[in-house]
Design a binder for this molecule. Structure first.
Ligand code: FAD
Ligand code: SIN
Length: 532
């Protein structure tokens, strides 16, 4: 199959890019691949909203820029922060024009929420299901484009480069090129090649590398792992953001339900098991300090008090207002026997967001020719060492637009590569023990949570690396002799992502933002993006 533009991922990044590109090039074919159903994405679960300077009377671009830089703890690229904040408003207005609805107050002005690290209320939201509303809007909009083709349940295994034509490709090979991808089509169960002129990776995050995560099962870091295998540049992987307030539900495995930071923005207070509002001991901004600080404070209180969770106290809040803004959270809590007006919500931190990823420039270009990346899998320079809340949806829209402009300007000068060989599955047989794969995933999640979590030490990182080595060797042997399945590819990708997080954590000899290593308790002047 040939396609002009190939988009991997159907979250906010992939869909925005596809929609804009289809509009700009009505005579070209845009193909979207997604490994699950079309809306099963991190995007769908976004709660708090999208940050944007919508009211210049009360807010300013400068304040949003400053808040982003402070949260990023010295590692943001200022030029990128400025362009995302300034161009973001246009992108927000664009998705509104496509049909997204954000809550308004009685006067008809946007009802703007507040979250940690923001000096002003600037979060547009649709109740507590903002991501669902944005995903719904984009999926509806792409239906009106006859030149967009969506293929669901199609698992991308690897991008195709000169390596597949028999050339040696290393990190120092100049001009590595992307010619398309190999996919496992789950409808036919066959490995197929899709040849493209331009490819966009929009595969989202990697929260599934940890035992507890707010991310759905699709978030296995596939894009980052395949670009690393293809010798593309990856950076800042050590900066894994743990959301401070995932609902604590003992015995429930898989995705944790999020209690949005906007609840604290509306007055929710974190308390320990003694009922103390402990955040005042950690930061002047208390419950609305940036996420790295709040998550570490909770982690510390849990360790001091020997408990598995803390509490979010909403009992003093106006319950009608709570239900109006957070109907989904209210219902979820009720469903497990918690009436938020009478009981505190048990919460614990959970892996939430990957700040690093595929290194891209200001047009979303990766280090591999004809290959763009945007959304959570990309490292644009916006987030630095810690992402400011609700900046992710904004970044995805801004860079989808920029990837579109740059790639559309190039498309007519690119030809399809017609020399790509078929996938070679020689020597592989049907898997005999799928349990080996599920067991490796569990081991990986456990070791990443125990040794490469919120608080790290050199010894823990060394332990993690030794265990990752073993998992890597075992999985590569399995991969070499077993028929490809999504589960096998995902465990392989998760191990690669685990390795990248751990390796970059080992290389960072300081504590900064989300990377906290007790062997380096103070910030140094080591301001660098470590690129692997
Ligand atoms: P995703 O939306 O995750 O989409 C990834 C796509 O890639 C999926 O379609 C998936 O199937 C596809 N894919 C992946 N691998 C493959 C493969 N191998 N083959 C084929 N397809 C593949 N951010 C904010 O700014 N504001 C918020 O309020 C907010 N709340 C959040 C709440 C939760 C619970 C979570 C989990 C995240 C939240 N975030 C929030 C972060 C934000 O939602 C994500 O960073 C963002 O939606 C990522 O969008 P994306 O398009 O990059 O990826
Ligand atoms: C939340 O709603 O708390 C999540 C916001 C985000 O991750 O940006």
């Amino acid at each position: 199959m040939n396609t002009d533009f190939l988009v991997i991922g159907s979250g906010i990044a992939g869909l925005t890019y596809a929609l804009k590109t289809a509009t700009a090039c009505p005579d070209k074919i845009i193909t979207i691949l997604t490994k699950a159903q079309s809306d099963e994405t991190n995007t769908k679960y976004a709660q708090g909203g999208v940050a944007g300077v919508m009211d210049l009377d009360t807010d300013s671009f400068e304040k949003h820029i400053e808040d982003t830089l402070i949260a990023g703890d010295g590692l943001c690229n200022r030029a990128i922060v400025e362009l995302v904040v300034r161009e973001g408003v246009e992108r927000i207005n664009e998705i509104i024009s496509w049909g997204a609805s954000f809550d308004k107050d009685k006067e008809g002005d946007y009802s703007l929420g507040k979250e940690g690290g923001h000096s002003e209320s600037r979060i547009l939201h649709h109740k507590d299901v903002t991501g669902y509303e944005m995903e719904r809007t984009l999926l509806a909009a792409i239906k009106s484009k006859p030149n967009i083709k969506m293929i669901t349940h199609c698992f991308v295994i690897d991008i195709i480069t000169q390596h597949h034509l028999g050339f040696l490709v290393t990190k120092s090979t100049p001009d590595i090129e992307c010619f398309g991808v190999y996919v496992l089509n789950r409808q036919t169960n066959k490995i197929e090649k899709i040849i493209s002129k331009i490819t966009l990776i929009a595969t989202g995050g990697n929260g599934q590398a940890y035992r507890t995560t707010t991310n759905p099962a699709i978030a296995t870091g596939d894009g980052v792992a395949m670009i690393y295998r293809a010798k593309g540049r990856i950076e800042n992987m050590e900066f894994i953001q743990f959301h401070p307030t995932a609902l604590y539900e003992p015995g429930v495995s898989g995705q944790s339900f999020l209690i949005t930071e906007a609840v604290r923005g509306d007055g929710g207070i974190l308390r320990n098991n003694k009922g103390e509002a402990f955040m005042e001991r950690y930061d002047d901004r208390k419950d609305l300090a940036p996420r790295d600080i709040v998550a570490r404070a909770i982690d510390n209180e849990m360790k001091i008090n020997g408990t598995e969770h803390m509490y979010l106290d909403c009992r003093h809040m106006d319950v009608e207002k709570f239900i109006h803004h957070f109907p989904n959270i209210y219902e979820k809590c009720l469903s497990i026997g918690i009436d938020v007006s009478k009981q505190m919500i048990p919460i614990a931190p959970a892996a939430h967001y990957s700040c690093g990823g595929i290194k891209t420039d200001d047009w979303g270009r990766s280090s591999i020719n004809k290959l763009y990346a945007c959304g959570e899998c990309a490292s644009t320079g916006l987030h630095g060492a810690n992402r400011l809340a609700s900046n992710s949806l904004l970044e995805a829209m801004v860079f989808a637009h920029r990837c579109c402009i740059d790639s559309v300007s190039k498309i007519n000068s690119i030809e399809f590569n017609t020399a790509i060989p078929d996938w070679n599955a020689a020597g592989t047989t049907a898997p005999k023990e799928m349990i080996l794969i599920t067991q490796s995933v569990k081991e990986l999640q456990l070791l990443m949570s125990d040794y490469v979590g919120i608080v790290r030490t050199n010894v823990r990182l060394e332990r993690a690396m030794r265990r990752l080595d073993l998992l890597h060797v075992e999985t590569e042997i399995l991969y070499g002799k077993t028929e490809i399945s999504p589960q096998l590819c995902e465990v392989r990708n998760l191990i690669t992502v685990g390795y990248l997080i751990t390796k970059e954590a080992q290389l960072r000899h300081e504590s900064r933002g989300l990377h906290y290593n007790t062997d380096y308790p103070y910030k140094s002047d080591l301001l660098q993006n470590i690129v692997l």
